[in-house]
Design a protein around this ligand. Structure first.
Ligand code: 6GU
Length: 283
């Protein structure tokens, strides 16, 4: 068995992936396709597809609407590795280190930049469903409550335990994203993303709490991945695809359904994917 907090096990996982293909695998950009960006995998040229089921230590994904492959190929001439489907802590006993293991794997393949996306509920009153929010900062609720992916790492090869989250969502990449959005005349907001543990959606009182502390969008992924990426020295860019509007009013509350989230993600995901490809082309 693979222990996600054992560095030698990480190297074992990487060797097992390399052993499956006869070409050397490397990438400069890592992409994590959440529900919001599922179709970007289809934009990868000359893909080498490695199913998660063939990667030791990778858990099996069961959430409807999520695929499970690691793709190596190119987008706009740049070498990318793409996680087609991600691991949510709510599926895996809040094991955030396990869920962020693919980030360490992508780092071993050479990535310097990581693009992450997620489907999220909008809190900011300017948001409409289908909007894209550029993540400028985050609130990692499970991480604040003892579920950091960095807890208990002992091997110095991991890097700094006391990882800084200064500029976690890189300013230059955000500026590039904004410039690309402007050129495409696309709506793009910047905001603070909050990750809660899930899998239940938040109650109206909880959404109000998040609003009060400055959050603009709510999801159940991303923060643990970005923290691990920052520990690895990877520059990050993150997006939330607003798939629904979070419930703020207990007296007039609308049910959030996973089906609705998937529906919007599918519709707006095409636009989001073409946007991300343009950003990669301009990197
Ligand atoms: Cl409303 N909350 C959370 N935590 N995740 C979501 C969501 C809401 N909508 C889509 N993903």
């Amino acid at each position: 068995v693979i222990n996600p907090k054992n560095y030698d096990d990480l190297l074992t996982v990487v060797s097992a992936i390399r052993a499956q293909v006869d070409v050397p695998l490397e990438a400069e950009i890592g992409i994590i396709c959440g529900s919001g960006l599922g179709v970007i995998g289809d934009q990868v040229e000359n893909p080498i597809v490695i199913p998660y089921s063939k990667i030791p230590g990778f858990p099996v994904t069961n959430v409807p609407g999520h695929k499970g492959n690691l793709l190596f190929g190119t987008i706009a001439g740049k070498k990318v590795v793409c996680m087609q489907g991600r691991f949510h802590p709510y599926e895996h006993q809040m094991n955030t280190a396990l869920c962020a293991l693919p980030v360490r794997v992508m780092h071993q393949f050479g990535i310097k930049t990581m693009i992450v996306s997620n489907a999220a509920g909008g809190i900011n009153k300017n948001f409409q469903y289908g909007d894209l929010m550029l993540i400028k900062d985050h609130i990692f609720l499970p991480g604040l409550a003892g579920h950091s992916p960095l807890i208990g790492l002992k091997d110095p090869r991991y890097g700094r335990l006391f990882t800084s989250l200064h500029d976690a969502y890189n300013k230059d990449l955000r500026n590039l994203a904004i410039a690309v959005a402007n050129a495409k005349k696309m709506r793009l907001f910047e905001g603070v993303f909050v990750m809660s543990g899930g899998p239940q959606y938040e109650s109206p009182a909880e959404v109000n709490m998040f609003k009060t502390v400055g959050a603009d969008a709510l999801g159940m992924s991303t923060c643990h991945e970005v923290i691990v990426a920052r520990q690895c020295g990877i520059t990050c860019l993150g997006f939330s695809l607003i798939t629904n509007i979070a419930n703020l009013n207990v007296e007039n509350s609308v049910e959030v359904s996973h089906a609705e989230v998937l529906e919007t993600a599918k519709e707006a995901g095409e636009r989001a994917s073409s946007f991300v490809c343009d950003i990669i082309a301009n990197m």
